[in-house]
Design a protein around this ligand. Structure first.
Ligand SMILES: C[S@@+](CC[C@H](N)C(=O)[O-])C[C@H]1O[C@@H](n2cnc3c(N)ncnc32)[C@H](O)[C@@H]1O
Length: 237
């Protein structure tokens, strides 16, 4: 199946319990959930970016960050803490993100709408120092289709990142292992000088197949266009 066919959002589909997470070990109110609540973070997923930041120091004071799939805003909170008041964080999501204080702005937007690139480029903050994608597909319950959607989302995030990142920028993307995961990793390795696969503790605790690719420094900044990537990954897959 082509990624483009696998990738379609049914706006009415319930988000539900992600079948890419093992039900036996899934505890929605685990220690990360409780910690997030206590520390005023909007989502337990904030600790995934927190760990990635502690390990890789991707976000720096004064930096600019584009956060794709940002609702309810946990990653934005961590990114804002790291870039500080001289930095800028733009979180966008299909869902409304309740307002966050400066330096964070939020947009309701489809990360892959054709107009988004123009809007990002005319907004005055691109190119970005970092593009983060915690995008998650609406799941169908069919594991193979859901894994394909996850890779398709990651692939599209990569395409967008390559359009709006600084050459020395960083890209962090969630992807579920399975399906065309290996082909996607290969693609990231072609696009970036450094690509690492990371499974943060908060992902382990959730018993999920998700990992994050942490990529740095675009190899050939001029050589990628959105669309080229899906062709390549389809050939590789
Ligand atoms: C796991 S949640 C993100 C959690 C977030 N990182 C946080 O810490 O609060 C994944 C998000 O991806 C969003 N999403 C999925 N597809 C999208 C798209 N095409 N454009 C924008 N957002 C999308 C969903 O609406 C959902 O809010």
């Amino acid at each position: 199946m082509l990624f483009r066919e696998a990738f379609s959002f049914d706006g009415n589909a319930p988000l539900g319990l992600c079948p890419l997470v093992s039900k036996s070990s899934y505890d929605p109110r685990d220690r990360f959930f409780l910690k997030a609540k206590k520390e005023g973070l909007r989502a337990r997923s904030a600790y995934k970016l927190d760990e990635i930041q502690r390990r890789f120091r991707l976000l720096r004071p004064g930096g600019t960050v584009l956060d794709l799939g940002a609702a309810p805003g946990g990653w934005c909170q961590i990114a804002a803490r790291e870039v500080g008041p001289r930095g800028f964080v733009l979180g966008l999501d299909l869902e409304v993100i309740p307002p966050l204080p400066p330096p964070t702005q939020t947009w309701v937007a489809d990360a892959f709408s054709p107009e988004l690139l123009t809007r990002l480029r005319s907004d005055g903050h691109a190119p970005y120092d970092a593009v983060l994608s915690d995008l998650a597909p609406r799941t169908s319950g069919i594991r193979s289709a859901d894994e394909a959607r996850s890779v398709a989302l990651a692939e599209r995030a990569l395409g967008l990142a390559l359009q709006v990142l600084k050459p020395a920028g960083a890209f962090v993307v969630k992807v579920f292992m399975g399906g065309d995961f290996e082909a996607f990793v290969k693609l990231c390795k072609q696009a970036f000088a450094e690509t690492k696969i990371v499974k943060p503790e908060a992902s382990v605790a959730r018993g999920s197949k998700e990992v994050y690719l942490v990529c740095r420094t675009i190899r050939h900044p001029q050589s990628f266009e959105v669309g080229d990537l899906s062709d390549e990954i389809e050939q590789q897959g």
